[in-house]
Design a protein around this ligand. Structure first.
Ligand code: UDP
Length: 236
């Protein structure tokens, strides 16, 4: 069995067409992509979902809130997203479990590594919610950390804003920017390329955990990425 962690931002669940915080049709699309991948067989998939469509800790901190409190609000936002995703994945006929890093037994299982691995072995999609349960992080870092902890071979960083990989510059600002098919962690760090948060990049580098950055909103891309096709950019 090959094991993967997919990181998707909370904003991927929001709608560009309307001002919905969680757009049911987008969630349905993401769930169908995930469920269809599980049909390939031979793979296990865990998902780390962000909460930026609901709240980001830094936003509150900038407005004068206590940073730790504000970050807890952000983590709770990820739980809402995780529940939406779980529901949609199950609608597509796949079992999914939400495991939260913050105790909330009535709505989600607590995160226990061995139990997460057991769910994966049984073919369930595991959704990690509430990040790592600690403030001062974004969900990029728990995506990397959980991947290492459950011994996943690759972090799949799905993008949603139309940027389909890692570029030498922001391709929206400079259309001449070069897209990399492969890039090293050192290059990402040296060029300060915004692949994932710096903490997550450093963690992946230290633990030799590769990241594939790809456009999650292009139908079939997740499947291609899981099949090892060269979609987007591989950071290693
Ligand atoms: N967060 C946190 N610790 C974690 C993960 C997340 O405090 O381990 C908080 C943080 O405030 C963050 C928010 O949850 O801004 C939402 O996550 P994120 O910004 O990563 O969401 P995304 O941009 O992926 O939608």
């Amino acid at each position: 069995m090959r094991r993967f962690v997919l990181k998707l931002s909370g904003e991927a669940l929001a709608s560009s067409a309307s001002d919905e915080t969680i757009d049911a049709s987008v969630v349905d699309y993401l769930a169908s992509e995930i469920a269809s991948c599980m049909e390939i067989g031979g793979l296990e998939l865990a998902v780390v979902v962000g909460g930026g469509n609901i709240w980001r800790g830094a936003t509150g901190a900038m407005a004068g809130m206590n940073r730790a409190n504000s970050d807890v609000m952000g983590m709770l936002g990820t739980v809402i997203n995780a529940l939406a995703l779980q529901d949609a994945i199950e609608t597509h006929g796949r079992e999914a479990r939400v495991m939260s890093a913050i105790g909330m037994d009535q709505v989600a299982e607590p995160y226990i590594r061995r139990r997460a691995v057991r769910h994966l072995e049984k073919g369930r999609v595991v959704i990690f919610a509430a990040g790592m349960g600690n403030p001062y992080f974004t969900t990029d870092t728990p995506a990397a950390q959980r991947a290492a902890e459950i011994e996943a071979e690759l972090v799949l960083k799905g993008t949603h804003g139309g940027v389909d990989g890692v570029y030498s510059e922001d391709p929206k600002k400079n259309p001449q920017a070069e897209k990399y098919s492969e890039i090293s962690f050192d290059q990402v760090l040296a060029q300060d390329l915004r692949v994932m948060d710096l903490t997550a990049i450093t963690f992946c580098k230290d633990n030799q955990l590769p990241i594939r950055v790809f456009d999650l909103m292009a139908t079939g891309n997740l499947r291609r990425a899981l099949a090892g096709e060269a979609v987007g950019t591989l950071v290693k």
